[in-house]
Design a protein around this ligand. Structure first.
Ligand code: NAD
Length: 350
């Protein structure tokens, strides 16, 4: 990243929700998912140079607010994100987010962006990138359990990145399934509405669980999961919030983003702290094997990690350059004499 120059340093590009939606349509949803997956994969390949820490979580009875920082030495980034499963009852989103990139050399912010849309896009891109690596070759059908805000994005990323042809939807709330099916009607995916998780899983090589409930839920029981499938477990991402019966975890080979965070937040919080897992970056870089047999159950215990948001923000920063899809934001005080901050305040009075 180039350092900010005196003439432009005071104005930080801000990508609003409206501009993010325009950017996504300008690029195309599926094209952008492929682009995000490329950036995310590139950063997984240089995993070892990132400054990594489990996200900082502030828990309450209703949900969690988290800060997710990281740096590659040149650029620093963080995301603010919440998770409030009961929000939808009040007409609010379960997950909202915004994030920032900064120049490490000066400490000056260089991008501020909405990240509610971007999180849905990046979470889906990560799911599909991992599934392309671990799911049975030629997978065409996915069970999508939990048909809320993330579900269309998850389905479309699997189509764009993996070549998925059919998605089988199930949600405890039929209205969510109807919404998801309607939104995907023109997507080119074959969409089947199901009345149980078991029905959704018929013939599916990939099973995505993406539900929201602040408890140890059992979206999948052990007897529901046959040999050879890939499970993409998205919704268990907080202490005391999981989706899978522990017996499934014992039959599966488990792949995670950053173990220090996933052991606290992911499905594997239900297992012993030393239960073996593979870090996804190790598979991407060829250090460790991914899927090794047709019978193997591969499980991506997704919780969402800071580098993925960093990659997504990098992508947005690169793609907004030639578009008008941002506002220059007066975020930084910028006195002519950097030590005369007070003088600047006084001049503002007149
Ligand atoms: P949402 O509230 O919009 O949708 C959740 C859906 O799950 C709802 O439609 C609800 O009816 C359904 N559901 C609840 N219990 C169910 C059950 N037992 N069986 C079937 N369906 C059930 O939430 P969202 O924004 O789509 O997010 C879904 C989950 O994904 C949340 O838990 C969120 O925290 C998590 N998430 C994870 C990541 C990640 O990186 N891993 C990123 C974003 C969101």
């Amino acid at each position: 990243m180039t350092q900010t120059t005196p003439s432009d340093k005071a104005l930080v590009p801000f990508v609003s929700v409206d501009h993010m939606m325009q950017l996504i349509h300008h690029i195309g949803v599926e094209e952008m998912m492929r682009g995000l997956a490329d950036y995310i994969e590139a950063d997984f390949r240089r995993w070892e140079l990132f400054d990594k820490t489990p996200r900082v979580a502030s828990h309450s009875e209703k949900g969690v607010i988290e800060l997710m920082p990281t740096s590659d030495g040149d650029v620093y980034g963080f995301k603010y994100v919440n998770g409030h499963p009961s929000n939808t009852k009040a007409g609010l989103q379960t997950v909202t987010a915004f994030g920032l990139l900064a120049d490490v050399a000066s400490g000056y912010p260089v991008l501020l962006s909405e990240m509610t849309m971007l999180t849905a896009m990046r979470t889906a891109a990560v799911s599909a990138l991992v599934a392309r690596t671990l799911a049975p070759k030629g997978s065409k059908t996915m069970a999508m359990i939990g048909n809320g805000a993330q579900s269309e994005f998850q389905s479309l990323a699997m189509k764009a990145i993996l070549g998925l042809e059919e998605v089988r939807l199930y949600d405890v709330d039929r209205a969510a399934t109807e919404k998801c099916a309607a939104n995907l009607a023109q997507s080119g995916l074959r969409v089947t509405k199901c009345t149980s998780a078991e029905e959704a899983m018929l013939g599916a090589e990939i099973i995505t669980t993406c539900t929201a409930d602040k408890q140890y839920a059992t979206i999948l029981t052990d007897n529901m999961v046959g040999a050879g499938v890939h499970i993409n477990a998205i919704g268990g991402d907080c202490p005391g919030k999981t989706e899978l019966a522990p017996a499934i975890l014992h039959r599966a080979d488990i792949f995670v983003e950053y173990p220090e965070q996933t052991r606290v937040e992911g499905e594997i919080q239900q297992l012993a702290p030393d239960h073996p897992v593979t870090e996804f970056w190790e598979v991407i870089t060829g250090k460790r094997p991914g899927r090794t047999s047709d019978k193997q159950i591969t499980l991506f215990d997704s919780v969402g990690f800071a580098t993925e948001d960093f990659s997504a923000l990098r992508y947005v920063r690169d793609r907004i350059q030639d578009t008008g899809f941002y506002h220059p934001l007066d975020l930084l005080a910028d006195p002519d004499d950097p030590r005369d901050l007070y003088g600047m305040l006084q001049r503002a009075k007149s």
